[in-house]
Each structure stands twice: as C-alpha cells, then as structure tokens.
Design a protein around this ligand. Structure first.
Ligand SMILES: Nc1ncnc2c1ncn2[C@@H]1O[C@H](COP(=O)(O)OP(=O)(O)OP(=O)(O)O)[C@@H](O)[C@H]1O
Length: 246
C-alpha cells in the first residue's frame, strides 16, 4: 500500500521567549494512502503540531516528512507553497470562510490561488457533493454551522488534494451536524480513497476512522486499528484515552 504521508523521527520545539516547549519528540509514522486516521491525545500532547508539520504549515525542528513520497523539507519555498495549495486540503474547527464571499466564491478560492480559472460546473459539483447544491449563492452568515463546515470541506477538496487534514472539524458543530460531517468524511475515504488525517478530542468522531493514533507528551503512545464493525462504537477509544489521561 502506498504511504501518503510519512514522518521520520520528527521533532518540533516551539520557542516562547526564553522557554522551549517540545511539542513533538521523535515521531515516526506512516499514513497509508486511501485511509482515514484519527489523532487523539491529551491537551498539549502535540496533535495540532503534528498535523501542521505533516501539512507543511509548520517546519519541524528535526526529522523528515514525505508527502506522496516527496521530502517536503527539501523543497524550496515555491514548491512548498504549491504543495500546500494544490496537494493538501485543510479543514479547521473555525470554518475560516471569507464572510463577504458566497459559498461558490469561497470554494473557488484555492483554484484562484493556484492560478487556475475556476470552472463554474466544477464548483457547483463540489458544493452538490456536500449537499449544498441549492446554496451556492449564500454567504456564510446565511448558512448554519454545519453548512459552513461543508463549504469549508468543498473548498478543501476542490483541488483534489492527496491528503485532507482536519483539525477538530466537528469541534464547533452540534451533534447532528457533527455526525453528518463525519459520515461525509467516511464516504470520501470509502468511495474516493481520500487519505484523511483528523485531530479530534471526541472518541465518537475518532470511531469513524480506520486507525486511531494516540499521542502523549509529543510521542506516539499507542495505535488502535478499527474494523468497520467498530465504527460509531467509541467505547474502546474512550477507554484508551482515559488510560492516557490518567
Ligand atoms: N506556536 C506555538 N508557540 C509556542 N508553543 C506552542 C505553539 N504551538 C503549540 N505550542 C505548545 O506545544 C505543545 C503542543 O501543542 P499542540 O497544540 O500541538 O497540542 P494539542 O495536542 O493539539 O493540544 P490541544 O488538544 O489542547 O489543542 C503545547 O505545550 C503548546 O502549548
């Protein structure tokens, strides 16, 4: 199986004034293409830092990161920008939509940044795929939280990225919208082999993944492989989290 993202002995030290915080402390792991991984761990364990480094949004202090087999540390700034714009999709807890633009214009943005003229049919299709075909002309303030996050998902996927990164994508959603978003992410993996890495605190959200990686103190503390029968059965994941937080 191809590995979409590989981390080799990755360290990340954040400097805050004279203080140093070791957010990642020698993380080595591969994420197979076409799979859905949830990253869990106590607050401050390094989850967001891992995602930011793997996506090329933050630079590791040491170690190597490969995306689709390419070492992103060896890329010049131009290549890294192109990687971020065209081969990586990102969804955040705060939807980060541009308030003055319509849903369709928000989805078009990554294509414009990549220097491509957006194709209206392509944008409409992306919004239909997330169930928003009727709302392409709405502005974010005219959409519910769940709908705004679906616009953000369509925007993240419009460039057909190798990897979709999601940092607490359901953190700001009500239970029903959260389940819809998770089911959508799962379908993308099952039907389009969309490699997905998601940081979450929620064992229910993690239970939609194929694998759960647990971080503690910047290291991988454990992994749990999930069978389809485990989906939406968060008990084992919650128990593992409780052990890590004990
Ligand atoms: N930009 C930064 N500058 C300084 N320290 C940082 C920075 N980003 C993260 N840290 C520190 O690095 C450690 C890991 O942070 P990170 O956000 O990756 O953890 P996390 O597991 O995602 O936490 P949470 O679940 O609370 O979001 C924490 O101690 C955090 O305070």
């Amino acid at each position: 199986m191809l590995t979409a993202v590989e981390l080799h002995a990755v360290h990340k030290v954040h400097r805050r004034g004279t203080q140093e915080v070791r957010a990642l402390n020698g993380v080595s792991i591969g994420f197979p293409a076409g799979t859905f991984t949830a990253i869990m761990g106590p607050s401050g364990s390094g989850k967001s830092t891992l995602l930011q480094c793997a996506a090329g949004l933050a630079e590791p202090t040491a170690g190597r990161i490969l995306v689709s087999g390419e070492d992103i540390g060896r890329m010049d700034e131009r290549a890294r920008t192109a990687l971020r714009r065209e081969r990586i999709g990102f969804v955040f807890q705060a939807f980060n939509l541009v308030a003055s633009l319509t849903a369709a214009q928000n989805v078009e943005l990554p294509l414009r940044f990549a220097g491509r003229r957006p194709d209206r049919a392509e944008v409409d299709l992306a919004l239909s795929a997330v169930g928003l075909g009727e709302r392409t002309g709405h502005r974010p303030s005219e959409l519910s939280g769940g709908q705004q996050q679906r616009v953000a998902l369509a925007r993240a996927l419009i460039t057909r990225p190798d990897v979709l990164f999601a940092d607490e994508p359901t953190g700001a959603l009500d239970t029903t919208s959260a389940r819809e978003m998770l089911a959508m992410l799962r379908r993308l993996v099952d039907q389009q082999a969309q490699t997905t890495l998601m940081v979450t605190h929620d064992p229910v959200a993690a239970s939609y993944a194929d694998m759960v990686v647990f971080l503690k103190d910047g290291r991988i503390a454990d992994r749990l492989e999930l069978e389809p029968a485990d989906r939406t059965r968060p008990g084992r994941i919650a128990a593992q989290m409780a052990r890590l937080e004990a």
